[in-house]
Design a protein around this ligand. Structure first.
Ligand code: SF4
Ligand code: SF4
Length: 353
């Protein structure tokens, strides 16, 4: 998309009442016209949420953010907390220095930002150091940074070697549970009790049970309006070069809510599965992993089952979709105390507040 086209989409969004815009990537600062697009969004009255690795954050841009604040905290992804680990992930020896310089420029000008991480075998040992680094960031408010580790495959499926690499570096279900076991505390357990009481239950035959296309949209680098950031199926995106944002949001997206599942395996499993609240399986993830909208994603299924076992909702060999008494399982979790659960699951932090 050229600058004029992006600006026209921003104009349309503002006219439709959009109050904020997120620039993400890839890396949005790679665009030569980023400053212009930023200023245009702010002139339209929109808050700007920037997701970046901070490497291209220079003095000019930092001064601009100080003068005309984005009004949202900038979110910076760290790929390592040492030169070695950061280079091992990014394959660029300059990455660490440039990211830290970008962070320093924000700090010096008191521009609000927070950090998050992407954990891979190359930087897994950095997690405690990244958490300690985050503690020192005033806008982090003492909260631990979030870490991505269950990476999605490339939805274009144009490069199988790259997908093989992603499969190799993403966390296994055992690793996901090991992290949960390390971090879990009473607050986590109480929140999960509430979450399970509210959000667990079979999804049935409706393809979309999420907010895709209902709460705004996402425009990719080619001007295709997607119902959400991950959903790239060509039949579910709307070409903004051929129609307006209003047409896409008002006339095209509502049809998503009418779509039904056709895949037999999905109907046998996901449609009847009571732990779907713990599972990331959805049309977008099915599309990136399998090239269809309704095929169960085995990787995510395994993570959801491992998490449900960790919470004590299902047994070692049980499949969640075969459980005949889901409400009793949820009720049992509600009656369990943190102390009982932490002892049973070998949770490191067994302190009760
Ligand atoms: S990522 Fe999946 S769950 Fe989230 S909005 Fe998109 S389709 Fe829905
Ligand atoms: S856990 Fe497995 S069966 Fe259940 S919703 Fe997720 S992918 Fe489907």
């Amino acid at each position: 998309m050229d600058t004029v086209f992006v600006k026209s989409i921003l104009d349309q969004a503002a006219k439709l009442g959009a109050l904020s815009v997120r620039f993400t990537g890839g890396e949005p600062l790679l665009r030569d016209d980023f400053r212009e697009l930023y200023l245009h969004s702010r002139r339209l009255g929109m808050k700007v949420l920037l997701f970046t690795n901070a490497r291209l954050l220079d003095t000019g841009l930092a001064d601009l953010f100080a003068r005309i604040p984005p009004l949202e905290q900038i979110q910076i992804t760290l790929y390592g907390i040492t030169k070695e680990s950061c280079s091992a992930v990014t394959r660029d020896p300059l990455a660490y220095k440039e990211t830290m310089r970008g962070i320093e420029l924000l700090r010096e000008r008191n521009i609000p930002f927070i950090v998050k991480g992407a954990l891979m075998p190359q930087n897994a040992a950095d997690k405690p150091a990244i958490e300690a680094f985050a503690l020192d960031i005033p806008w982090q408010d003492g909260r631990k940074p979030s870490f991505a580790s269950a990476f999605d495959l490339r939805s274009r499926r144009d490069f199988e070697k790259r997908n093989a690499l992603i499969r190799h570096i993403r966390a296994t279900p055992e690793e996901v549970v090991r992290l949960l076991r390390e971090q879990a505390d009473e607050k986590y357990f109480l929140e999960m009790q509430q979450f399970c009481a509210k959000f667990m239950g079979a999804s049935g035959e409706k393809l979309f049970s999420c907010g895709a296309g209902k709460e705004g949209g996402c425009v990719d680098a080619y001007g295709m309006l997607q119902p959400c950031l991950l959903l790239r199926d060509p039949t579910l995106v709307y070409d903004l070069k051929k129609g307006s944002l209003l047409d896409g949001v008002r006339d095209f997206f509502p049809m998503l809510q009418e779509l039904k599942v056709a895949n037999a395996e999905y109907l046998k499993r996901c449609a009847r599965c009571f732990i779907n609240g713990l599972c990331e399986q959805c049309p977008a993830r099915s599309w990136s992993e399998n090239g269809t909208l309704d095929t169960p994603v085995e990787y995510l299924c395994d993570i959801a089952h491992a998490t449900a076992r960790f919470l004590g909702l299902i047994g070692e060999k049980e499949n969640a979709w075969e459980v005949s008494n889901p409400s009793a399982r949820i009720a049992k979790l509600q009656q369990t105390t943190y102390a009982e659960w932490a002892a049973e699951q070998g949770v490191a932090n067994q302190n009760i507040k």
